[in-house]
Design a protein. Structure first.
Length: 306
C-alpha cells in the first residue's frame, strides 16, 4: 500500500483589531483611587488609635488597584501599533494614536508601521548570458500585517534583507545586461529596460514578503555595472559597437551625398562622365567624406583626361 504524503498546512496568525480605551479617562480613575485610598488611610489612622486590619486592608487595596490601573497605560505615535498578548496568547493589535489604556495584564510590544528603506550593497551575480555583473537596489517597504511580521517569521527585518538579496539575484539571472545578437528583437535587458525590470522586481518582492506581512511600496535599481574582471573587455566591446554604428551612419550619409552629386551633374548637364570617371569621382568623394582626417585637395590644371 502506497502511503500518501499530505502537504504541510501553514497555520498563520492573522491580525485582529483590539480596541483600547481613552488613556486620559483611566488616568483620572487611577489617580482618584490612589489619592482617595491614601486620604482615607490617613483619616483612619488619625481618628482611630487602633484601626481594624480589615479597614486598613481595604484602603491599601484601593491604592493598589489605582496603581494596577495606571500600569495599563501606554502611548502610540502616528504609524505605530501595539501587539497585545495575554500569557503568550495573541489578543489583537491596537493602531490607535495617543494615550491609550487596556488590560494591565496584557503584554505590550510596540511596532513601527512607518516606511523603511533598504539599500542593498552591490551584489556580484550572473546575468542571463552568464556574465558577472554587479547590481544593487533601493527598496521602500513597511509592515502591513503586524501579526504575520511578529509571529510568522523569527526576525522580519532580517527576513526582508535575506529575501531582497535572493530576489535581486534571481531577477538578474532572468535578463541580459545589454543588447546582443543572441537576444530576440525587443527583448528587455537590465540596462535598457530599467522600468520593466523594476516592476518585475516589485512583483517578486511582494510574493516573497507576503509571508511576513510586508508591503513593498517602491523598488528601483541603484547600481548596475559589469564586474571588474570583465569590465575592460566589455567596455572595448561597447566602444567597438559604437564605432561600427557611427561608421555605418557616415558611410550611409556619404553614399547619399555622392548619389545626389552625380544626379545633379547629370540633370544639369554640367559635365558628361563615362563610367571610369564616375568611379574615380565616387572613390574620391567617399575618401573625402569618410576620412577621419582632413584631406588635401589636388588641383588638376590640365584637361579632364590629362
Amino acid at each position: 500500500m502506497n502511503a500518501t504524503v499530505k502537504p504541510a498546512v501553514k497555520k498563520l496568525v492573522q491580525e485582529r483589531t483590539l480596541s483600547s480605551m481613552d488613556g486620559y479617562l483611566m488616568i483620572v480613575v487611577g489617580l482618584a483611587l490612589i489619592l482617595g485610598g491614601g486620604y482615607a488611610m490617613l483619616v483612619l489612622l488619625a481618628s482611630t488609635p487602633e484601626p481594624s486590619g480589615v479597614a486598613v486592608l481595604l484602603r491599601a487595596l484601593t491604592m493598589l488597584l489605582g496603581g494596577f490601573i495606571l500600569s495599563g497605560m501606554y502611548m502610540l505615535q502616528p504609524n505605530e501599533a501595539a501587539m497585545l498578548s495575554l500569557f503568550g496568547r495573541y489578543k489583537g493589535t491596537d493602531r490607535s494614536e495617543g494615550l491609550r489604556w487596556t488590560n494591565p495584564l496584557f503584554a505590550k510590544r510596540k511596532l513601527s508601521l512607518r516606511a523603511r528603506t533598504l539599500n542593498t550593497p552591490p551584489l556580484k551575480v550572473n546575468d542571463k548570458r552568464g556574465n558577472p555583473v554587479e547590481i544593487g537596489a533601493a527598496i521602500v517597504w513597511r509592515v502591513e500585517e503586524t501579526a504575520l511580521a511578529i509571529y510568522n517569521v523569527d526576525d522580519f527585518e532580517r527576513f526582508v534583507n535575506v529575501q531582497a538579496e535572493a530576489a535581486l539575484r534571481h531577477l538578474a539571472s532572468q535578463y541580459a545586461y545589454d543588447d546582443g545578437e543572441d537576444l530576440h528583437e525587443g527583448e528587455t535587458t537590465l540596462r535598457a529596460g530599467m522600468e520593466v525590470v523594476a516592476n518585475a522586481m516589485r512583483i517578486e518582492l511582494h510574493s516573497r514578503f507576503a509571508a511576513a506581512g510586508i508591503d513593498v511600496e517602491d523598488a528601483k535599481l541603484t547600481h548596475l555595472a559589469y564586474a571588474q574582471e570583465i569590465a575592460q573587455v566589455m567596455l572595448r566591446r561597447q566602444q567597438a559597437e559604437a564605432i561600427i554604428s557611427a561608421r555605418k551612419k557616415i558611410v550611409h550619409g556619404a553614399v547619399s551625398m555622392v548619389e545626389e552629386a552625380l544626379r545633379g551633374l547629370s540633370e544639369r548637364k554640367i559635365v558628361e562622365l563615362d563610367d571610369e570617371r564616375k568611379a574615380a569621382m565616387v572613390s574620391n568623394l567617399l575618401v573625402v567624406l569618410c576620412s577621419d582626417k582632413e584631406t588635401q585637395p589636388i588641383i588638376n590644371t590640365g584637361t579632364l583626361y590629362n
